[in-house]
Design a protein around this ligand. Structure first.
Ligand SMILES: Cc1cc2nc3c(=O)[nH]c(=O)nc-3n(C[C@H](O)[C@H](O)[C@H](O)COP(=O)(O)OP(=O)(O)OC[C@H]3O[C@@H](n4cnc5c(N)ncnc54)[C@H](O)[C@@H]3O)c2cc1C
Length: 369
């Protein structure tokens, strides 16, 4: 039965019913931090993408944005700091120690947790790379705070809480997660999910150096050698400017050669939808989508891919999506910019031939750059 008594509003539900008063010990937490990931002396581009996002959050909150660099003494760490300033950081925190030369969970967790405990950031962002995922998990666990992994959107709501949005229920829904009663609020974001910000000219700012006493003998993990995956042909898929991908609609593993041939002709990288990896037609690091790579190319050509939500979330940052599919009602046509309703097995060789004649090697290089 409906009640008409206006004096007794229904009890608050959902987020409104939660305790929003932050415990006293966390009220000193301020500022947005971005972990600057160093890969053997090079800054991982996801760190710059996060600085772009961190800048927006810091401006909304009216606080500062800091880059956090952990590494061995030397020019690489200082180069990373200069780059953090160029991409918008107001200040930088630095822990320099020889045993931070190669990533190991224990010393990195120790250094980062100590920085957090000492300087008290409100928000801490890391790239959802192999390293970032490992470090974020152990830092959040050590600090007993919340961590929202693989976010696709970050914002601050009216009361200044971090609203961290990520796919849930197999990607069919998006949920926004709040860390209401602990600090810092931590989130990881996969490479290419956020746009790369414009690099500025400023490479100078305040650097806070912090000494974290650590001795090698106390660290269980030892680095005995390093095997580079630099020769892997797949390393650059997330950052490729042009990507051609095939799906189950290609019908057979050998038809993926049509995708590879077109990719090669136009200076593109190539990928696939998940079922192809499950069938063993392509290696897992070629998979595009929610559980694969997120890509942001200038041009994405999807051949025989239906456009399921789990695939869509990995490609919708592309500037131009061209879909080739026999089914005019395929979901991919809901978000593709250009669509061709036809048999991809016939169209791909024609496209390759066309480009072979129309593109000079110079144009191909230009397209890829
Ligand atoms: C937790 C979870 C995570 C997932 N993560 C991912 C992920 O990261 N990436 C991903 O891709 N999927 C992912 N999936 C799977 C996803 O839901 C879909 O099943 C998958 O993307 C479908 O792949 P597909 O489009 O290649 O195949 P299908 O859905 O079988 O679609 C094939 C398409 O090809 C078309 N077609 C058929 N013949 C031709 C032809 N000759 N020429 C042109 N078109 C043709 C058909 O009309 C159809 O649209 C995930 C699923 C779950 C549950």
């Amino acid at each position: 039965m409906l009640s008409t008594n206006r004096e007794s509003p229904p009890p608050a539900v959902g987020r409104a019913a939660m305790k929003k008063e932050l415990p006293e010990q966390f009220k000193a937490h301020r500022h947005v931090w971005v972990f600057i990931e160093l890969e053997r002396g090079k800054v991982h581009p996801v760190s710059f993408e996060l600085l772009g996002e961190g800048r927006k959050l810091a401006d909304k909150l009216g606080v500062q944005l800091a880059g956090v660099v952990l590494g061995p003494p030397g020019e690489f760490t200082w180069f990373a700091i200069a780059e953090a300033f160029a991409y918008g950081a107001d200040l930088a925190y630095l822990v320099e120690a020889p045993l931070l030369a190669d990533y190991r969970n224990e010393p990195f967790t120790k250094a980062l947790t100590e920085l957090v405990t000492t300087y008290k950031p409100e928000i801490l962002l890391l790239g959802a790379t192999t390293l970032g995922r490992d470090l974020a998990g152990s830092v959040a666990t050590t600090l007993l705070t919340g961590l929202t992994a693989d976010c696709t959107e970050l914002d601050v709501d009216a009361d200044g809480s971090l609203a961290a949005t990520r796919p849930t229920f197999g990607g069919s829904l998006l949920c926004t997660i709040y860390t209401l009663n602990c600090r810092p609020q931590m989130a990881t974001v996969r490479p290419r999910v956020m746009a790369m910000p414009q690099r500025g000219n400023n490479q100078i700012g305040r650097v806070i150096q912090h000494d974290v006493p650590m001795i090698e003998e106390e660290i269980v993990t030892k680095v005995v050698g390093f095997l580079s995956d630099g020769l892997s042909a797949t390393a650059n898929l997330a950052y490729a400017d042009v990507v051609v991908a095939g799906g189950l609609g290609l019908g057979a593993a050998e038809n993926l050669n049509l995708v590879k041939k077109l990719a090669q002709t136009i200076g593109a990288d190539y990928g696939c939808s998940r079922p192809l990896v499950q069938k063993g037609w392509m290696p897992a690091d070629r998979q595009i989508g929610q559980t694969g790579k997120t890509i942001r190319p200038k041009l994405y050509i999807a051949a025989g891919i239906s456009g399921a939500i789990q695939h869509r979330v990995g490609v919708e940052g592309a500037d131009l999506i061209l879909a080739i599919n026999t089914d005019p009602n395929a979901p991919i046509f809901d978000f593709a910019h250009l669509g061709v309703v036809t048999d991809a097995i016939r169209l791909l060789p024609s496209l390759t031939e066309l480009f072979t004649h129309r593109l000079s090697p110079h144009s191909r290089d230009k397209l890829a750059n």
